[in-house]
Write a protein that binds this ligand. Structure first.
Ligand code: FES
Length: 109
């Protein structure tokens, strides 16, 4: 894997989170209490872009059918309401190492 720059750390701090294109994928990045997180931003159910964040619980919610993912592990916490019996292990999203380098957030993709 290779460290790839995304957006400036200052911009991420202002926004709190963002979905950014990195190489051939879209990654959800966030900074919460000075800690960085990076996880696939494409929902494993029907490929909507994740975007709603519960900062206290480290949960990311899909706007399409309300699936909920753990930002730290990628685990599906709540299934889509249209498919409550999905195999949650298979729906887990990939997480990535993330760092700040020279003012930019870099993701190891
Ligand atoms: S596309 Fe995300 S829950 Fe359906």
């Amino acid at each position: 894997m290779v460290w790839r720059p995304t957006i400036s750390f200052a911009a991420l701090k202002r926004a709190g989170h963002a979905a950014v294109r990195v190489k051939d994928r879209v990654v959800f990045i966030a900074v919460i209490d000075e800690k960085l997180y990076a996880m696939d931003a494409v929902c494993s159910h029907s490929r909507c872009i994740l975007g709603l964040l519960d900062r206290e619980k480290l949960r990311v919610k899909c706007p399409c059918h309300d699936a909920v993912f753990d930002l730290e592990t990628g685990e599906m916490i709540e299934p889509p309401y249209v498919s409550p019996d999905v195999d949650r292990d298979k729906m887990r999203l990939q997480t990535f190492n993330v760092r700040v380098n020279k003012g930019f957030v870099e993701v190891d993709v």
